[in-house]
Design a protein around this ligand. Sequence first.
Ligand code: GLC
Length: 440
Amino acid sequence: MWMDQDKLLETAKEVLKHNDRGGWTVPAGQLYPHQWLWDSCFIAIGLRHFNVERAKTELLSLLRGQWSNGMLPNIIFLDDKEYKGHRNLWRSWVSPYAPKDVTTSGITQPPMLAEAVVAVGEKLSEAKRHQWYEDIYPHLLRYHEWLYVERNPHQEGLIVLLHPYECGLDNSPTWISELRKHSMPWWILAIEQLHLDGLVNLVRRDTRHIPPGQRMSNIEAMAYWAAVRRLRRKAYNSEAILSRSLFLVEDLVFNCILIRANQQLKKIAASLGRTLPDNLLAAMDKTEQALEELWDNSSGQYFSRSFVSHKLIEEPTIATLLALYSGAIPKAKAKLLIDLLKDRNAFATTWPVPSVPLNSAFFDPVKYWQGPTWVNINWLIIKGLENYGFSGDAAKLRRQTLELVARGGMNEYFNPLTGQAVGAPTFSWTAALTIDLLKT
Ligand code: GLC
């Protein structure tokens, strides 16, 4: 490798230090000033290599936000008057389950916690690992139980998401197409028709820091806020929301990550000599089986599914490759996914892996989750390739990912055609996972 690995490691550590808020880390200071759920999991996976105690704290600090029903929220807000508007959009206090001493969002994010807990555990002595697992196990168990009790309404195994922010790939074509088809409020369409959407710039924060062409449109951003307000009006009560909303998705990314997380939770329980409740174990098995319902034979890939119509949302995205990370798919299908990864019309760009394939009508090399390469997704795919024994492909992607960051910087995302770094600079999970890729 041409790069100076020591220098890369030092730069990555600097980014994490810069974004450290004392016990927890912001994704990127200017753009994302709060604590995010899956970000902190990825951050802990990097921190464990040079400060395992701090890595533990990163994960334990997420538990401040846990709701009494078990939910882990995707955001825990910084208690600062500058961000009153953020807290007020979500108003977690409308739910009786929300914690009293911090304010949070009212939805979750991909369940990366179990993976992060095990990764941190690997760096501890046996006795300390035991204690670590003891400390976190009850919270983790409650979280997985909450997912199955609240978000698996027909007990079919696939978890239903109520808002695109829950899948972590905010404006992925899967969700944007669902929004356009069923969930655009009339008043937002009217604003669009009248070309008044420019006014949204007055209140939008992200486009003050990042060029608007790299983010979602004002219309989409407005529709996402409106969707938050609908959830808030129902006090984040899943039952009430599931019975009425049209914007509900059995999301592929989320469920693939959950399958892997379930395995890690089982591992933690076994090492503590505990057994998971039978109904939870049965539900976990169903998720693995149900994943195959998301396979589309004609295009040879997995898709998310609409909970409302029960139809696959046939928009090709990076999500299909995360089926490798789940570890639950047959090897023959894994091979077909590798073909897609190597296909120059699909995911084989100069700087892979793009968040949507080149042959998708949505593809835009700099637009957030509609084209750019993200380091956390590459990391998940690398793990998936390793799982299935494609070690050469995994090593190649690891090298390409490190080279991308070494050339471009520790940004939020990258142009998959040119390697240009885009999105927020000094992005924590890029730094943390760079460390992990260098050290494992
Ligand atoms: C964006 C990403 C989301 C991430 C958050 C903080 O919203 O889409 O996945 O958690 O930023 O980094």
